[in-house]
Design a protein around this ligand. Sequence first.
Ligand SMILES: Nc1nc2c(ncn2[C@@H]2O[C@H](COP(=O)(O)OP(=O)(O)OP(=O)(O)O)[C@@H](O)[C@H]2O)c(=O)[nH]1
Length: 266
Amino acid sequence: MASVFGKPRAGSGPPSAPLEVNLAVLGRRGAGKSALTVKFLTKRFISEYDPNLEDTYSSEETVDHQPVHLRVMDTADLDTPRNCERYLNWAHAFLVVYSVDSRQSFEGSSSYLELLALHAKETQRGYPALLLGNKLDMAQYRQVTKAEGAALAGRFGCLFFEVSACLDFAHVQHVFHEAVREARRELERSPLARPLFISEDRAPGHPVPLTARPGLASCTFNTLSTVSLKEMPAVAQAKLVTVKSSRAQSKRKAPTLTLLKGFKIF
Ligand SMILES: Nc1nc2c(ncn2[C@@H]2O[C@H](COP(=O)(O)OP(=O)(O)OP(=O)(O)O)[C@@H](O)[C@H]2O)c(=O)[nH]1
């Protein structure tokens, strides 16, 4: 299929191959990262998840008539960003999630945006991020106004949406597709389009610790000029699940069983 988005991108293979996009979903515990991810992949809201599982899912999507092989990493940091290299060097775009009924989660999302901004500065590359205020259905218990969310997003130059994992699927899908569009724009701009893993063989004395703010203390990475770049290895602890086409599931021709976060979804 001829690309409707101009020249083929490095890392996306031959022109007919689907665009490959990696998205990482970040945020404090309980913000609703898993619920949003599962909603997007299955159209279902499942209320309880194992908070200690970190999964990377794979799904074939069509965004603006273009096939996209999408991988979504539903991260499971504890209360602050930890071992961030696993997603910083893997993802093409980030969804930073907070819960509109939790001021703490909003403050946590600010730490993640800060982390991404520092990473972009160090690597001299753009890392598109979308800020999501989740649990919009809980608006009566709001601790964070829409204006505050928009202001935080504006400060970091990212898109902002309020969503709910238990309401409209189309809105959740729209947000994930917006992330794909942002990633695609960045892939078209950047010559380094493939997910990269920064290896350990670095010049001594050049690591750049992200210790500027509390909460980022455990994140250390290196400038690209001093390290060699390799393809990202399999993510530790991550279980790759290929989600069968959601169309096949909705038609219910045959009971399709998919294991997500330890839940069986038919
Ligand atoms: N009312 C409401 N509850 C939600 C929504 N999204 C998630 N939840 C609930 O919030 C709780 C936490 O959701 P998770 O998806 O596990 O949050 P998480 O960010 O993945 O948290 P960790 O797995 O601990 O990192 C669960 O009880 C969900 O059912 C939402 O949009 N609305």
